[in-house]
Design a protein around this ligand. Sequence first.
Ligand code: APR
Length: 251
Amino acid sequence: MQTLDLSDPQTRLIVLTGAGTSAESGIPTYRAMNGLWRTHSIQEVATAYGFLNDPALGWRFYSERRVDALAASPNAGHVALADIEERLGDRFLLVTQNIDGLHQRAGSRRVIELHGNLLHSRCTVCDRPPFADDRLYQELPLPLCEVCTDRAAPGMIRPAVVWFGEAIQGADMARVEKFMESAPRGHLVFLAAGTSGVVTPASAFVEDAKRLAAATWLVNLEPPENVGYFQNVLLGASGAIFPALFGVTPG
Ligand code: APR
């Protein structure tokens, strides 16, 4: 089994994770045979239009996701990432497309949640900041925002996740760019894991990394759409591969 050489104190590691890294925790992925997008319509449950059209359907879907996330525990892959962060400190950054919060529960701290967090909610109208919320909204009436009740049409509470057609936070993108660009040339390692490489902007991070002469690694069960960009491809489960790849002992 290969091990990443991160011993040079100038080397920086950026890791991009997707749904596959939570699969071993029992969280369904999106595009597998039994994935969420095989049984649910993206248009209905993963767009702002779909939510406003049928918020009860949206909340049933995200309440099920909350149940799954709360019942799950971090797997060996999540733990290995937290361990390597412990060793690298500010030379490490984790960017996840996952909304389940399992990286933080494993101990990861330098995490960018590109697609938001399932266990937070926000208002459809006002700009109150997202707030922690693990409640299940499976029955009517659906929750309205308590902050904008004086409006003619108060906002609704919605999951604080980024849907198709919605913008990724500019500050998150800037943090990713800054981390990669500030690595000394030849000292950036980019690793993607558990992602099908079809959703931008995350799927294009490997191209940015390559422009910066990064070493590119992939850990994925099957070859993703953008597999051609990676120099080093390890096919398999992240929970099985990460501990050896990072040279950390499963605890
Ligand atoms: N270890 C590594 N890879 C795995 C594992 C595993 N244990 N299990 C599955 N995979 C791989 C699959 O082979 C697949 O390539 O993980 C990938 C999961 O792909 P998707 O289901 O498409 O998930 P993801 O790439 O994270 O989706 C991106 O799409 O709908 C949106 O917002 C949603 O964040 C999500 C985005």
